[in-house]
Ligand binder design. Structure first.
Ligand code: SAM
Length: 323
């Protein structure tokens, strides 16, 4: 076991993105990637434990039950693993253990959240015959550096779990898969987790739990703007709102202003006005059909090798081989 962290210090775009998202005409928006500061990453871990949020458990059930079958098509080449947005890396242990039974393995956790990265290196740092390298970079930038550094003959297995791809609009998700493909060599693989369509009555409580953890996760975005950009958001003047958009087949999370209000954000150089009932759109979670994942993967340059589906909480794990 060996643990290392590569830290790049990219210029923070936080202030610029907050300003752009809150001052644009029409629907106000904030990018969901900013949820994951230290508090947000900790709250996300609690969300994954909530009874109503079976998504993470479904993902883990599939990885636990099928890890051997998921890595077998990649042998006998030595396999290097890179995970995009590893979070705490809890579920990844099944894949790493399946590989480590046959070979020494290096695992690169690519994360923008230093808190998640440190949790991940703690979580997986004790696995036998696995070396952990934390890469504090954005997805594609991190993947490019991992792909460039590997030795000839090594096969790269990219993990994109937890249906994080669902946070992208559908055309963006497809472009992202094509970008991942371009970073790979033929024979490399992508294991992609996607949450599937299910009845709204099953889905909505996962994003609006009675304990209010998801609400806190959402509101923490405003708290982060207060902390880091000196803003004066009154968190009690906003409500968490989760709704299913039937035509787009996505959950939308918003923060709804309870009254007319003025918020000053000195670090972003702006003052923002909210009318009563106006919302800030903070996250989308698109839901997929299994066939749609296959079609999207084919168009992005992958050959779908296998797909596993959890029946209790419809969720798919797709193994895609770079053509
Ligand atoms: C929804 S969580 C999923 C975590 C974990 N993969 C799981 O399945 O539980 C998304 C993770 O991706 C990270 N993340 C978000 N945007 C990112 C980006 N552009 N580049 C790298 N990591 C990112 C977040 O910090 C967060 O830990």
């Amino acid at each position: 076991m060996f643990t290392q962290t590569i830290t790049a210090h990219p210029v923070s775009d936080f202030a610029a993105d907050v300003r752009a998202g809150l001052t644009k005409p029409g629907q106000k928006e904030l990018p969901s990637k900013y949820f994951y500061d230290e508090v947000g990453s900790a709250l996300f871990e609690v969300i994954t434990l909530l009874p109503a949020y079976d998504l993470s458990r479904a993902d883990e059930r599939l990885l636990r039950q099928h890890a051997e079958a998921m890595v077998r098509p990649l042998f006998p080449a030595p396999v290097v693993v890179a995970e995009l947005g590893s979070g705490s890396g809890k579920k990844t242990r099944w894949i790493l253990q399946a590989l480590a039974r046959c070979q020494r393995t290096t695992y690169y956790a690519i994360e923008i959240s230093p808190a998640a990265l440190s949790q991940c290196t703690k979580e997986l740092g004790q696995l036998d015959r696995v070396s952990i390298v934390g890469v504090e970079r954005a997805y594609l930038e991190g993947l490019a550096s991992v792909a460039a550094d590997r030795r000839p003959g090594e096969c790269l297995l990219v993990l994109f779990l937890g249906s994080t791809i669902g946070n992208f609009d559908r055309p963006v998700a497809e472009r992202f898969l094509a970008d991942v493909r371009r970073a790979l060599r033929p024979g490399d693989a992508l294991l992609l987790g996607t949450d599937l369509e299910k009845p709204v009555a099953q889905l909505l409580p996962a994003y609006d739990d009675p304990l209010g953890v998801t609400s806190s996760f959402n509101l923490n975005l405003l708290a982060r703007i207060n902390r880091e950009l000196g803003a004066d958001f009154d968190l009690r003047a906003f409500d968490h709102l989760a709704r299913y958009n039937v035509s787009e087949r996505r959950i939308e999370m918003h923060l709804l202003s309870r009254c007319y209000q003025r918020v000053s954000i000195p670090g972003a150089g702006c003052v923002v006005f909210f009318s009563s009932g106006e919302t800030i759109w903070t996250e989308s979670s698109y839901k997929y059909r299994t066939t749609e994942v296959v079609q999207m993967a084919l168009r992005a340059g992958f050959r779908p090798e296998a797909q596993w589906v959890d029946e209790k909480w419809p969720f798919a794990e797709s193994l895609l081989i770079a053509e």
